[in-house]
Design a protein around this ligand. Structure first.
Ligand SMILES: C[S@@+](CC[C@H](N)C(=O)[O-])C[C@H]1O[C@@H](n2cnc3c(N)ncnc32)[C@H](O)[C@@H]1O
Length: 204
């Protein structure tokens, strides 16, 4: 039996377009209902503090679509520089911005403009001036080498077929000895190649 692991044979641009379409809906019509959980009920499932969630703008909370809680691995420290990969509507971005305080900053990256706009609006509503939203891809991060103390990410890397490229980018932007706090989906069994190559199974 071959142990070769082949990347998914899907068209990257087509996949990104499909995923972006889905998350545009999560940004603009979060009440619609999806094949995944969203919003405040999801935040409760992932054990975010109610008080922390209450402090966020409603529009940010309702479009939350993470797969876990990156802060369960530890809070961030005042003054740190953070990069949030696939920030969505900014749920974790805005929590991180409060934790690092005015002496720190959070760069929030997402490929879906409607999500980024929500994150930007949320930061404005909260009066957070240490958040910068950048359009970009997890596989080609819009950030300089060795400039980040902590990379956070929630529910995004499972949507990226080229996980090695994402990890190489994370490694590139992190300072030596820096941290990577992610929440994502892990499978314990090999995914059949046919399933990996089926673009419709990536975005649902
Ligand atoms: C499941 S949502 C999670 C959003 C956010 N982290 C949260 O917890 O609510 C996935 C997000 O990742 C973004 N995304 C998916 N693939 C991406 C990629 N290759 N590069 C950048 N963003 C991506 C989508 O636009 C979407 O906003």
């Amino acid at each position: 039996m071959s142990t070769e692991v082949r990347p998914a044979a899907v068209d990257t641009n087509e996949l990104r377009a499909q995923i972006s379409e889905k998350y545009t809906e999560v940004a603009l019509t979060p009440e619609k209902g999806f094949h995944f959980h969203t919003g405040r009920p999801l935040a409760r499932m992932h054990e975010y503090d109610d008080a922390v969630v209450d402090a966020l703008p409603l529009g940010v909370v309702e479009s939350f679509a993470g797969t876990g809680n990156p802060f369960s691995l530890g809070d961030l420290k005042p003054g740190e520089t953070v990069l949030d990969i696939g920030c969505g509507a900014g749920f974790d971005t805005l929590i991180a911005a409060q934790q690092v305080g005015p002496g720190g900053r959070v760069v929030a990256v997402d490929m879906t403009p409607e999500m980024l706009e929500k994150a930007e609006r949320g930061a404005r509503e909260m009066g957070l001036t240490n958040v910068e939203c950048r359009k970009g891809y997890a596989e080609e991060l819009p950030a300089e080498d060795e400039t980040v103390d902590v990379v956070i990410s929630n529910g995004v890397i499972n949507l990226c077929p080229d996980k090695i490229a994402v990890m190489a980018e994370v490694h590139r932007v992190l300072k030596p000895g820096a941290r990577f706090q992610i929440a994502d989906i892990i499978v314990h069994k090999e995914v059949p190649q046919g399933a990996k190559d089926d673009i419709d199974l990536w975005s649902g």
